[in-house]
Design a protein around this ligand. Structure first.
Ligand code: PEP
Ligand code: MN
Length: 339
């Protein structure tokens, strides 16, 4: 249920409402709006009628049910788009398109630092790089782990770019959060509920990728897992789903972008690297994603893709990435966005 407070409701009145929600066995989540606050009361759907009694409390305008199964992620609770602040210089969800770029995996000091310098020069605002890698095969490169996190931190120190890196299990989530500015939940873990709850308890923005066989509703339910633990800073990432098509690694579901924009206030970015699996198709799909309304992009860039430990075939060389960024500026401007 959503408790809509009156525009001029006093703090005392709001606190009484929060107290009452807790007494009734629900978890309150305050969402600060531009003119008024709304409070989401989250809990067992079956007992929601008892919440209706809150409508008669001072300062309360109305109590309305949230119809979607996802609540905090829903536009019903918050109509204005959410801005997710990453650093003093980077916020996702506003007018500016945010590009996160870098190699699939952190491989060495020179590899990540060269990548960081190159992507920054081309205009990327966030550096990506996996230190813990969720690989389909146990025999594939699993990442440099903490050493990789240290190298990412070094690249951040040199370039000033905030870093996004993947968390693969609850046990190492806190370690990753010590280094990362954004915690990435990968497609393979998008319904790892223990992991979603864990990152929901950490004080870091979460980049949640869509699972490869997830419906949009299931995707939003995963975001809800993070948000219901108290972390509202969630960024959604469409990274392609598995279909019958084999000419591309995945099918980048661009229609998910306007659909998500209609259903949720959370920022939405697209990853055409994993979405297509082929460096030749990355730039066109990046342009299309921005035209479709994406708030940002995640792009794999590697100084030497032929020798990459993972995802070389879909990685752009720095010069190709810079050319893509130049053209993307035109597309962004046409979409009334900046880059
Ligand atoms: C990645 O970003 O390198 C990655 C493993 O992505 P995904 O989870 O989308 O496959
Ligand atoms: Mn990758």
């Amino acid at each position: 249920m959503i408790i809509v407070m009156k525009a001029g409701a006093e703090k005392k009145e709001k606190n009484e409402v929060l107290k009452r929600i807790r007494e009734l066995g629900y978890k309150p989540h305050v969402i600060h709006g531009t003119t008024r606050d709304v409070i989401g009361a989250i809990g067992d759907e079956r007992g929601k009628l008892v919440l209706q009694s809150i409508e008669s409390m001072p300062g309360v305008e109305s109590v309305v049910p949230i119809l979607q199964p996802y609540k905090l992620a829903s536009k019903e609770v918050k109509k204005e788009p959410s801005l997710v602040r990453i650093s003093a210089a980077v916020t996702i969800g506003g007018r500016e398109i945010v590009v996160m770029a870098g190699p699939c995996s952190v491989e060495s000091e020179s590899q990540i630092i060269d990548s960081a310098i190159a992507v920054k020069e081309a205009g990327a605002q966030v550096l990506r790089g996996g230190a813990f890698k969720p690989r389909t095969s146990p025999y594939s490169f699993q990442g440099l782990e903490e050493e990789g996190l240290k190298l990412l931190a070094k690249a951040r120190e040199i370039t000033g770019l905030p870093i996004v890196t993947e968390v693969v299990n609850p046990e190492t989530a806190e370690l990753v959060a010590e280094y990362a500015d954004i915690l990435q939940i990968g497609a393979r873990n998008a319904q790892n509920f223990a992991l979603l709850k864990k990152v929901g308890q950490l004080d870091r923005p979460v980049l949640l990728k869509r699972g490869m066989s997830m419906t949009i509703q299931e995707f939003l339910m995963s975001a809800e897992y993070v948000m219901s633990e108290g972390n509202q800073r969630v960024i959604l990432c469409e990274r392609g789903i598995r279909t019958f098509e084999t000419a591309t690694r995945n099918t980048l579901d661009l229609s998910a972008i306007p659909v998500l924009k209609e259903k949720t206030h959370l920022p939405v970015i697209a990853d055409p690297s994993h979405g297509t699996g082929n460096h030749l198709y990355v730039a066109p799909m990046a342009y299309a994603a921005v035209a479709a309304g994406a708030d940002g992009l995640m792009i794999e860039v590697h100084p030497d893709p032929e020798r990459a430990s993972s995802d070389g075939p879909q990685s752009l060389k720095p010069a190709k990435f810079a050319a893509m960024m130049a053209k993307l500026r035109l597309i962004a401007a046409a979409a009334e966005r900046s880059l």
